[in-house]
Design a protein around this ligand. Structure first.
Ligand SMILES: CC(=O)N[C@@H]([C@@H](O)[C@H](O)[C@H](O)CO)[C@@H](O)CC(=O)C(=O)O
Length: 304
């Protein structure tokens, strides 16, 4: 058994939980976290894109993590995304994550200014070295504008605390490149949920994803099918997952708010999204019901 096994499995990116006034809601956070633990996921990725970290203050982000850890920290692997616009705030969040008992840190590269790779390396290294926690690079070029290079990945992987990359870039071949660049046991987390099965076949050990949050059972089944080398079944489940995602993204409302509305039909209330993310409107009502039914039907077919 490897020290890294706790990172191998299905890890939903945890959604921001707000009350009706748009404030962080600790009770809703704990309820959602316990729901995922009951379904059987491996861990939770807290404070990433789906967690709307860029719209929350440092104190709010701490409150979210504290409540997730309090609810399920004993059962699940907790990865805390701690990148903030400044290195100073990222270090503060990293130290806080360690103090409350998170298992690992993750971070995107610095945002807004286009910086050289040395500065990106320094940003990651400073927050990582402020703790003894494992560190995961978060590569998501479509939102940050920086695509992780194999060279910088290799350099980062030479540091003991760095265990791998959450790769949300779209080319599946990037997984191969990062796999080749790692000279030690590592974990590559597949990022694009639409390519979960493809990512696993290319060598991803694990998956972190936003849409896992509304259909974790389907991703758990796809994971099981891959592990059993039942690729026909894995592909069938992936196609049904993609039908759901492609239906969601037809809306002008943000994906996260559609997902929150579908969760609400399941009796899980976590509020809406923060502005400027566009919210669902009356126009989305039929789509939300349709997505809910698509997920229920797929669960009835693939999950006993
Ligand atoms: C931009 C974004 O939200 N990407 C998601 C995907 O899970 C994405 O929602 C999914 O592939 C649907 O497009 C993840 O890669 C990001 C993520 O897990 C997170 O940080 O919340």
């Amino acid at each position: 058994m490897s020290r890294l096994d706790k990172y191998r499995g299905i890890i939903p990116a945890f959604y921001a939980c707000y009350n009706e006034e748009g404030e962080i809601d600790p009770e809703r956070i704990q309820t959602l976290a316990r729901h995922y633990a009951k379904v059987g996921v491996k861990g939770l990725y807290v404070g990433g894109s789906s967690g709307e970290c860029i719209y929350q203050t440092v104190e709010e982000r701490k409150l979210v993590l504290e409540n997730v850890v309090e609810a399920v920290g004993d059962e699940l692997t907790i990865i805390a995304h701690v990148a903030a616009p400044s290195t100073r705030h990222s270090i503060e969040l990293a130290k806080h994550a360690e103090s409350v008992g998170a298992d690992a840190l993750a971070a995107i590269p610095p945002i807004y200014f286009v910086l050289p790779e040395d500065a990106i390396e320094d940003y990651w290294t400073q927050m990582m070295e402020a703790t003894d926690l494992d560190f995961i690079i978060y590569n998501i070029p479509q939102t940050t504008g920086y695509a992780l290079s194999a060279d910088l990945y290799k350099k980062m992987m030479a540091k003991d605390q760095v265990i791998g990359v959450k790769n949300s870039s779209m080319p599946v071949q990037d997984i191969y490149e990062f796999k080749q660049a790692a000279s030690k046991d590592s974990v590559i987390f597949n990022g694009p949920d639409e390519q979960y099965v493809a990512g696993r076949l290319m060598g991803a050990d694990s998956g972190i994803g936003g849409t896992y949050g509304v259909m974790p059972e389907l991703f758990l089944k796809a994971d099981e099918a891959v592990q059993n080398s039942d690729f026909e079944l894995a592909q069938k489940i992936q196609y049904r997952i993609n039908d759901v995602i492609f239906e969601i993204v037809k809306s002008d409302a943000h994906l996260y708010d559609i997902i929150k509305s579908v969760l609400s039909l399941e009796g899980i209330e976590i509020g809406s999204v923060r502005s400027p993310l566009p919210r669902v409107t009356e126009k989305d009502e039929e789509r939300i019901k349709k997505v809910h039914k698509m997920i229920s039907d797929a669960k009835a077919e693939f999950v006993q």
